[in-house]
Design a protein around this ligand. Structure first.
Ligand code: SF4
Length: 329
């Protein structure tokens, strides 16, 4: 690990000013990913700006929406009463991630900006376009069980590792940002990028922008929502495939509205818009659930070790929808 200096920012404006001071300066959340990357010399920032304490509250608004400070710990968010009762998909997603010890330290902002766990990205002896642009990608023909089946490119087949973000994308979360040019907001689903020819560019953040909070809009039917994560062991493992879903049925058993997002399948949390479009207005039955899953995975491409994830994703979508259909509103 390189030698670095550490600053604790007193507010967002001073954090941004400090960040602009050096090209290798990084914001520091809980450090549960960044410190690993520094130990492996994948990241070598000269300065870290601690932003964990700048926004660490959860505000429940009168309309039912939530404003979650970027410094809120994952544990606190999962345990919050409004999250558990109004947005159970979010609480459940967070509790499937990492370990209790890591969730106690990891922040919302850091969770969003964590980097892929592709093993070649962490191995300086491997070819990795994300770590070193135009150097190649050893995962394409290497060990790629955990890699992408949707939206990948020849340059990179990595996946985004977050569970929390999958639930947030399903819930139409909005990210609030503060940067040198002022404040702005954007949907979380537009924050992470697909790899294309530039997998080293992972987000649409402008230089030195800081995530200050995440807004979860009110969604009454999210009371009936859940998260299912399929993985190689029962805890402390990243998703092979995950599904976040909320389902709203009318009195005749038709789909009024639905939210679906997938994890473990793409370079970004994957909002399943095709599946949602197939489901709306249709009978909530096995035939339509299957058709929606088929539509979403129509362009999926498997690699040597992960082609099974295409069928696994379809089956997980159907299983989650069947589970929600069986729940009382
Ligand atoms: Fe690097 Fe992406 Fe290839 Fe992994 S999949 S080795 S992160 S370029």
């Amino acid at each position: 690990m390189n030698i670095f200096s550490y600053h604790q920012a007193s507010d967002a404006a001073s954090a941004i000013t400090l960040k602009q001071a050096g090209p290798t300066t990084k914001y520091l959340g809980g450090g549960t990913n960044l410190v690993d990357l520094m130990r492996e010399t994948v990241e070598e920032p000269e300065t870290l700006i601690d932003v964990t304490h700048l926004a660490s509250s959860i505000e429940q608004c009168a309309d039912g929406s939530l404003i979650i400070g970027a410094g809120v710990k994952n544990t606190a968010l999962a345990a919050h009463g409004a999250v558990r009762t109004q947005f159970p998909v979010l609480s459940r997603a967070i509790l499937t991630g990492a370990s209790a010890q890591i969730r106690n330290v990891a922040t919302v902002g850091g969770n969003i900006l964590q980097r892929t766990r592709c093993r070649y990205f962490y191995d300086n002896a491997a070819h990795c376009n994300k770590r070193e642009p135009l150097s190649g990608c050893d995962a394409v023909k290497g060990f790629n069980r955990y890699h992408a089946i949707l939206g990948a490119s020849e340059s990179c087949v990595a996946t985004h590792p977050s569970d929390m973000c999958v639930a947030m994308v399903a819930l139409d979360a909005v990210v609030h940002l503060h940067g040198p040019a002022g404040k702005r907001s954007l949907p979380l689903r537009d924050l992470h990028r697909l790899p294309g020819d530039t997998p080293e560019i992972e987000t649409t953040l402008h230089p030195d922008e800081l995530i200050t909070s995440v807004e979860i809009p009110a969604l009454p039917f999210a009371k009936k929502s859940t998260y299912r994560k399929v993985r190689d062991r029962a805890s402390y493992a990243f998703a092979l495939v995950s599904v976040a879903a909320a389902l709203d049925l009318d009195g005749d058993g038709n789909v009024n509205d639905v939210r679906l997002a997938l994890g473990g399948v793409a370079h970004k949390p994957w909002r399943a818009m095709r599946a949602e479009a197939h489901l709306k207005g249709q009978k909530a039955d096995a035939e339509h659930f299957q058709a929606a899953a088929e539509a979403e995975l129509a362009e999926a491409v498997g690699l040597r070790d992960n082609a099974f994830k295409i069928e696994l994703t379809k089956r997980t979508i159907v299983a989650v929808l069947e589970e929600l259909k069986g729940e009382k509103a």
